[in-house]
Design a protein around this ligand. Structure first.
Ligand SMILES: Nc1ncnc2c1ncn2[C@@H]1O[C@H](COP(=O)(O)OP(=O)(O)O)[C@@H](O)[C@H]1O
Ligand SMILES: [Mg+2]
Length: 242
């Protein structure tokens, strides 16, 4: 693996409003691996995704793709560097068809390449094919999440950050999405997976990180967390007490 194939974050501090939220985050994501980011509500998971995506300012620290610094870059630049995000709550562009949502995601690729990548994304998520002509806001939650994943894949990302893969979705869909994510990683994409169902997260992931009130309190293999559930329970209970 070359350095270019790593997303590296070090000494990262991010505030929201004036309040410090993320404190001293270190994270490395390699190609073809799934890193699960766990933590109770309010731990700072979405804040981390938004900061990596250029949607929240970084107070201190580094975020690099190989030699390229992402700190201060605009969201579209970060996307061009190959970092795609599936945001929490599977937001889609209502008033546009599913096909136009997909095309919009590929705007900077040029028309012919965008069409090719739309077709490639539809091959990964063929469930969307019969829905191409309808308004994206009419999709079910699971279909919206599929659309968001397809939009992310259209840029042929090197890294895919997924904020809440299964939140609010039916179990059958969740299991299907899990298979999709596994395949995406097998094809070389590094995946940062935020997931409420820790059993699903740990079954998919190679490594796991646990955030508690903006700090990393555990980092290790997914297997370690499966073997020592008390670590997880500790973090979730500590958050409930706070
Ligand atoms: N829009 C916002 N403005 C100010 N603070 C926020 C905002 N959204 C979240 N926060 C705060 O940031 C912290 C982390 O939130 P978040 O990153 O959404 O956590 P998670 O995704 O782990 O549930 C929380 O304490 C929350 O209150
Ligand atoms: Mg969140």
């Amino acid at each position: 693996m070359t350095l270019q194939d790593r997303l590296e974050i070090a000494d990262l501090f991010v505030d929201r409003g004036r309040r410090p939220v993320l404190r001293d985050i270190h994270l490395t994501l390699g190609s073809a691996e799934i890193l699960s980011l766990l933590g109770a509500n309010g731990a700072g998971k979405s804040t981390l995704v938004l900061a990596i995506g250029g949607l929240l300012p970084v107070r201190l620290g580094t975020m690099k793709l190989g030699d390229v610094s992402l700190v201060g870059a605009e969201p579209y630049e970060i996307r061009r560097h190959g970092v795609a995000i599936v945001h929490q709550g599977h937001p889609v562009l209502g008033g546009l068809t599913v096909r136009d949502n997909l095309r919009t995601a590929g705007l900077f690729l040029g028309k012919a390449e965008a069409e090719r990548q739309v077709e490639a994304a539809l091959a990964v998520l063929p469930e969307l094919k019969p829905k191409l002509g309808i308004d994206a806001s009419a999709l079910s939650g699971g279909q919206k999440q599929m659309l968001c994943i397809a939009q992310a894949l259209i840029i042929r990302p090197r890294f895919l950050l997924i904020d809440e893969l299964s939140f609010g979705l039916a179990p059958a869909i969740v299991s299907r999405l899990g298979d999709v994510i596994r395949d995406v990683a097998l094809n070389g994409v590094g995946v940062l997976l935020i997931e409420q169902f820790t059993s699903l997260a740990l079954s998919l992931a190679d490594r796991a990180m646990l955030l508690e009130r903006g700090k990393v309190v555990f980092e290790g293999t997914a297997q370690e967390l499966r073997d020592r559930p008390s670590i997880l329970h500790g973090a979730y209970l500590a958050a409930a007490d706070a």
